[in-house]
Ligand binder design. Sequence first.
Ligand code: PGA
Length: 250
Amino acid sequence: MRFPLFIANWKMHKDPLEAVRYAATFGRDAVSLSGFADLAVAPQSLALVPLKEALEGFPVALAAQNCGPAESGAFTGENSPKTLKDLGVRYVLLGHSERRWVFGETDEGIALRLKAALSAGLTPVLCIGEKLQERKENRTFEALEKQLKALDGLDLSRLVLAYEPVWAIGTGETASPAQAQEVHFWLRTELGRRFAGAGSLRILYGGSAKVENAASLMAQPDVDGLLVGGASLDPNGFAELVRHGVGSTT
Ligand code: PGA
């Protein structure tokens, strides 16, 4: 019912030349994998244009790692969602834990970015996740509920959600498949209260996803794809991860 989606989040790794080289390798694998999943790569914004050109003809979408809170205006340092769309970007990560916890983005600010992304025609990938302390204190759902408030009043039909427990990002520690499923199921139920399309909403898992755990995470009924940081940096490794995730032998 939900077609899987795998997104490579390169963060601030890879310059434009490295991005172009990656495309040549991954693009070839993507041709066979695209029958099993949608694929996207999120480079730093300076590499979007060369990457777009290098991916021409390959079934790999472009994703931005953030976007500004309006179509244009006095927002020094931000990328206009409309410009991203015009450049051929399809997805935009919003509320990534590094944006929240390193750069101090708030739920209110993320809500503005979401709104701007949607009106520009981008597909937002809203990232949410609890911190370790919150999990230890059994406040996981409370934390997620607060972050979901950014969705209030928005048209959710084009949304992708990514559950990324903060304690699992870049740490090598992954949520167990059962932990991921518990949260994903809860998220789908919560969103089901807000709009009729929650059954077809794609909810990705992120946080130390790798070749070794891709299949068991993807085997969970409510895990619809993976948002992959470290393990996406090598094109062959990322292709292998997707292959394991979708159970493909091609
Ligand atoms: P990781 O990062 O796979 O390196 O844990 C995931 C993310 O930050 O989206």
